[in-house]
Design a protein around this ligand. Structure first.
Ligand code: SAH
Length: 404
């Protein structure tokens, strides 16, 4: 019977305690690894088991890439009923550590002290840490500093979250505290951490972001274009692999300069601007109003004038644009985990693209949407997974889909 045991690896002999029995599967808790898999390694992180943010640190990196590839194949077969689609080996990182450009730390208490850390998987239990290996060193040091400050000045800890983001291209760092916070010693922070160019405090109840020191946005360069990132701006969290992902998406788009292309779920327009450079016209659709304002400003800043951005849910905006007669030669979609709403997919099909490029962060909803598109005459041609989140179980994929 299929038995799910977190922490066990394929091919291992383990001792486990069965905690749940169902008709066709059961769940167990790992007690002891009796015969380890040859790919098992010692997880380098000291809080690996307690934190749960990484799920694969006990598996060697190449084996984790192979596992991710087979997971995509399996999900496409099971959920999408799409056997035989070409799934390429996962594009991994040469140096898969300290890759994140953003972290959201939770505020809480641990060991009788105010602390910052991650919530243990599926709980609100705070796991403090000394050195998260997915974060640049400066994030860990800044975390220690803010944690010590909050402990000394406000042991009650009412800061909900501390967010740190950095531009990989310029090294500029932004520090944000969400929730109540005593006056931050910003001069000392700027002295000790010269990379910090922006400090903000966010009041989530009033939805207000107050600039404490420096400037309100930091500079970044993403796939050749220049961007100003505000505290709320969404960007991909792994800048090295973003370049790999976007290059693949652009290659699959196959633009030659005279097409109209739709970029759905466009965020601040990072992919849209790259598409626009190779197309006659690009149209971006994004639900967050501020992101669309940022996208327009970013387009102007980069001298790109053949783009239009629309704010609103794709499932409402796209049907309207299709009804108004918008046709697209190529559509790129990059939805959140939930995948695309059917109304959005229907409108895309109505726009009649020859190609659809689907960028996905969840193979299950991807498989569902691919199956739907196949029924409408759009076949998945090839699938390229990219390792955006090394040591976690997450898989990012980009798929080339063509009209029959
Ligand atoms: N392509 C961008 C953003 C991808 S993340 C990039 O690479 O940076 C997915 C984006 O979809 C987010 O910006 C999110 O705000 C947006 N989004 C979520 N639901 C949406 C919806 N129903 N309609 C349009 N955009 C949506």
């Amino acid at each position: 019977m299929a038995t799910f045991i977190p922490g066990a690896l394929p091919g291992e002999t383990v001792l486990a305690e069965i905690v749940q029995k169902k008709k066709s599967f059961q769940r167990g808790l790992l007690t002891e690894v009796l015969k380890p898999a040859s790919d098992r390694i010692d997880a380098p992180c000291s809080v690996f088991e307690d934190c749960g943010g990484c799920q694969l640190q006990h598996l060697n990196y190449n084996a984790s890439l192979a596992w991710k590839q087979s997971r995509v194949v399996g999900v496409l077969e099971r959920i999408g009923k799409l056997p035989g689609v070409k799934v390429h080996p996962v594009l991994g990182m040469a140096e898969p550590w300290r890759y994140r450009n953003k972290v959201q730390l939770q505020g809480g208490r641990a060991g009788g002290k105010a602390a910052l850390g991650y919530f243990s998987s599926k709980t609100n239990r705070l796991v403090p840490f000394a050195d998260c290996l997915l974060l640049p060193q400066v994030f860990n040091r800044l975390k220690d500093y803010v944690q010590e400050f909050l402990h000394s000045n406000w042991p009650g800890m009412r800061a909900k979250q501390v967010v740190i983001r950095r531009s990989a291209a310029t090294g500029e760092v932004m520090l944000g505290v969400v929730g109540e916070c005593p006056p931050l010693p910003w001069e000392d922070i700027l002295n000790r951490f010269p990379q910090v160019k922006s400090i903000v405090v966010v009041d989530p109840a009033a939805r207000q972001t107050r600039l404490v020191a420096g400037k309100s946005k930091i500079h970044d360069t993403i796939f050749g274009n220049h961007f100003m990132l505000s505290f709320q701006s969404f960007t991909q969290v792994n800048p090295t692999q973003t370049e790999v992902l976007y290059a693949k998406a652009l290659e699959y788009a196959g633009l030659t300069g005279n097409q109209t292309v739709a970029d759905v779920y466009c965020g601040i327009g990072t992919i849209t601007l790259a598409l626009a450079a190779q197309a006659r016209k690009a149209v971006g659709v994004e639900i967050i109003q501020q992101a669309v304002l940022d996208a327009r400003e970013n387009a102007r800043r980069n001298g790109v004038d053949n783009v239009e951005f629309y704010a609103g849910p794709a499932e409402l905006v796209l049907p309207r644009l299709a009804a108004e007669g918008l046709r697209a030669d190529v559509a790129v979609v990059d939805p959140p985990r939930a995948g695309c709403e059917q109304a959005a997919l229907e409108a895309i099909v109505e726009m009649g693209p020859r190609r659809i490029v689907y960028v996905s962060c969840d193979p299950a909803t991807l498989a569902r949407d691919l199956a739907w598109l196949k029924e409408r005459g759009y076949d998945p041609v090839e699938v390229q997974p990219v390792d955006m989140f090394p040591w976690t179980a997450h898989v990012e994929t980009v798929v080339l889909i063509e009209r029959k």
